[in-house]
Design a protein around this ligand. Structure first.
Ligand code: A4P
Ligand code: MG
Length: 401
């Protein structure tokens, strides 16, 4: 037996007598061995996210408990209770008498087949965080480094702006365009799209993003040119994000903006091209501009090197891989399904590994806020995940009904 661990569970039902189902699930949770039920949130009526279009509204809630059960034993109990209460699994995100998800197990990060903790989609879902904050504002999301209270405030107050990050030509623009069209969002295109430099040098042998040594070597003539170009590119990308508003003037009204680029990505892309003092200057400029640009409420990372199922946050122990670490070479995405590949030169896995080493770690930093990692090699699945994620963070007032 291990010491009591503080856990957070989300509960949901949209089939049968929803309140009875949830109440019964909580009673059964309270009767689990070596477990004490600490708190149950009020129920929240929520719009179904994902799955078939005509399913009924959900009743969602959160349960806090303390348990000596291991994570696997607890998940097994949750699944037993789902079965006992008549849950039939016909489709992912389909209607259910009861769904019990393990959101947090203390501050543990668990990544194994059949169990991911923290739950990879919890951080941007209003139907999860709104009930959770009522009973567990102090609980800590270990991969984001935020409390539930901070997440709830973020979901309520941050500007509705979603950014998509990823290496060049993996389908960011087509994903952003599709999500914008289907959900009525304003599309923000990368001001640098079509500009020249997009190939990253292969820096996978040395992490470039956090090392900004201010060595005294002055900019070379060639370096200064590069620095000026990089600074200009940075400013171009910052400009639309300084006074970002979802709705624009005229007939177009949108509840959110989706961009096919991420401002912070500029740092990882530029540093490998700069040396010594130029890196420092660029880094300072990036920090300065970063204070005035609107950060994304949700960052979607479209990654062709991600080796797990959609939504999985790479663990820090394996991300990025260290020099020489064997990782199976990624296969190319299905380019026929991503519109912005049409005119693009072919990209090699080498480019992707360079991106993985220099840009991806920025997205995995603590304190970044909600991040959704998607497999760029599965554009159809990525679109479904992105649509559901954006819908799930939509404020109730902006819901179309
Ligand atoms: N699994 C992995 N990690 C966990 C975890 N931390 N907790 C595995 C629970 N299960 C976990 O789950 C699929 C598999 O996830 C399981 O085999 C388990 O080993 P499932 O319950 O069989 O199927 P699901 O719930 O349809 O899939 P999924 O992907 O877990 O669904 P989500 O993302 O949790 O979304 N809209 C509203 N308004 N309210 C809802 O409650 N729920 C969902 C389910 C979608 N839309 C909703 C709601
Ligand atoms: Mg589930």
């Amino acid at each position: 037996m291990q010491p009591m661990v503080d856990c957070l569970i989300s509960v949901g039902s949209n089939v049968g007598s929803r309140e009875t189902n949830l109440r019964e699930a909580c009673d059964r949770l309270a009767r689990c061995p070596c477990t004490t039920l600490v708190a149950v949130s009020p129920w929240h009526e929520t719009r179904p996210i994902g799955g078939c279009a005509d399913q009924a509204p959900f009743l969602n809630g959160a349960v806090r408990l303390q348990t000596e059960l291991s994570p696997s034993a607890l998940l097994e109990r949750l699944q037993q209770i789902e079965t006992q209460l008549g849950r039939v699994r016909l489709q992912r995100w389909g209607p259910r008498t009861v769904d019990l998800d393990l959101l947090l197990y203390g501050t543990q990060q668990i990544e194994r087949p059949g169990l991911q903790v923290p739950h990879p989609r919890m951080a941007f879902r209003r139907f999860v965080i709104d009930p959770a904050v009522e009973i567990a504002p102090d609980m800590w999301h270990p991969t984001l480094g935020w409390t539930i209270d901070r997440l709830a405030t973020h979901l309520r107050q941050a500007i509705n702006y979603v950014a998509i990050a990823g290496p060049p030509h993996v389908g960011k623009t087509s994903l952003a365009r599709n999500v914008a069209q289907r959900l009525g969002l304003r599309l923000l295109s990368d001001p640098l799209s079509g500009s020249e430099r997009c190939v990253l040098p292969d820096t996978s042998h040395a992490s470039q993003t956090s090392q900004t040594s201010c060595a005294s070597n002055a900019p070379t003539a060639e370096g200064a040119g590069t620095l000026q170009a990089e600074l200009a590119r940075l400013e171009q990308r910052a400009a639309p994000l300084v006074s970002l508003e979802p709705a624009t003037a005229g007939a177009e009204t949108s509840w959110a903006v989706i961009g096919d680029y991420w401002f912070d990505q500029s740092l990882g892309e530029a540093l490998p091209h700069l040396q010594g003092r130029e890196r420092c200057i660029f880094y300072q400029a990036w920090l300065e501009l970063r204070r005035s640009v609107v950060p994304p409420k949700l960052l979607i990372v479209l990654d062709p090197t991600v080796s797990r199922s959609a939504g999985t946050l790479p663990r820090s122990s394996t991300w990025p891989p260290s020099a020489g670490q064997s990782s199976s070479p990624p296969t190319a995405p299905d380019r026929s399904q991503t519109a912005d590949h049409a005119a693009a030169p072919p990209r090699t896995p080498r480019d992707w590994h360079a991106w993985r080493a220099s840009v991806a770690p920025l997205a995995g930093q603590l304190g970044r806020g909600p991040v959704l990692w998607l497999d760029a090699r599965r554009p159809d699945e990525a679109l479904i995940e992105a649509l559901a994620a954006v819908e799930a963070m939509r404020p109730p007032a902006a819901q179309s009904g």
